[in-house]
Unconditional design. Structure first.
Length: 294
């Protein structure tokens, strides 16, 4: 198996007031990848967030000093840090280049798009802290709002209780608000509370996006056919999860082909490094082509 490498995440994990940005990560072991063929939802959950947690918990060796990459630890990483790790893991498993197809919303033209991991990784956040504050002027007063950035745990919990994307965003926001206090007076009337809730919902999510830009990647596009400009949201974690699940399904066919040809056991085949396994499969394909044209 390929050895673990050290990568950096933009935000970092806080341990006793110290921020750690370096993470040790390894490729997904083939045996774990094979588990996905037995039923992805039973193994990993049915949401992108839960599946990413499953992947990272098996691939992250160390998050910080004395902190292993177990499921609980990777759940508590911010969304941006998890998306960065998804990009690094994607490069380990499939390479740097990512081929996508998008459709122009104006003329429906299908456009080929090639992305790279380095292109999508954002620089480290120099001013990252464990929680943030902002002030909001609303309902005749000034309010101090303290909040933290959303984590994978927030995404998973919201996905389990929310009925749709809007509801999910509201659940995540509510979980991330740590404190709301009025600067000039202590008491809020009922109408003021309602106005303040709307003001927080209008302001804080935008601040979160600014503070954690790796969490939401929007690609500026122009259609070559109709010259329409549009924005495509891109989720590295969703892209990675889809690729891993698709490859895990192909793995059964690969094991079958190698077992039938070389009479190796399943365990012996799964112990092969992925590149070595692919080399044998390429030889089988070359032999089949040669027999077809002989």
């Amino acid at each position: 198996m390929q050895a673990a490498i050290t990568v950096s995440i933009p935000g970092g994990r806080w341990v006793d007031g110290v921020r750690y940005r370096d993470v040790e990560i390894r490729p997904l072991p083939t045996r774990d990848e094979f588990l996905l063929t037995d039923g992805a939802e039973q193994t990993t959950g049915d949401s992108t967030a839960s599946r990413l947690t499953w992947l990272l918990s098996r691939c992250v060796v160390r998050l910080a000093a004395g902190t292993a990459g177990d499921a609980e630890a990777v759940r508590d990483l911010t969304v941006g840090d998890r998306e960065a790790l998804a990009l690094h893991l994607r490069r380990l498993l499939f390479g740097d280049r990512m081929a996508c197809v998008v459709s122009c919303p104006e003329c429906r033209e299908r456009l080929d798009l090639e992305l790279s991991v380095d292109q999508l990784l954002v620089p480290p956040y120099p001013d990252a802290v464990a929680s943030y504050e902002t002030t909001i002027d609303k309902a005749g007063g000034r309010y101090r709002v303290r909040f933290r950035l959303p984590t994978g745990r927030d995404q998973e919990e919201a996905g389990s209780v929310a009925s749709g994307p809007t509801d999910s965003a509201d659940v995540i926001l509510a979980r991330c608000i740590e404190d709301v206090s009025r600067v000039d007076v202590d008491r809020l009337a009922g109408d003021a509370r309602s106005d303040l809730t709307h003001a927080i919902a209008a302001r804080v999510p935008a601040l979160m996006a600014e503070l954690d830009p790796q969490a939401v990647l929007n690609l500026d596009m122009r259609c070559p056919s109709c010259a329409h400009d549009f924005v495509v949201p891109f989720s590295p974690s969703a892209f990675l999860v889809r690729e891993v699940v698709e490859r895990s399904k192909r793995l059964i066919g690969e094991v079958h082909a190698l077992a039938m040809t070389y009479h190796w056991s399943e365990s012996a085949i799964l112990r092969l490094p992925s590149r070595r396994r692919q080399a044998y499969l390429d030889l089988l394909e070359d032999r089949q082509l040669a027999e077809m044209f002989s």
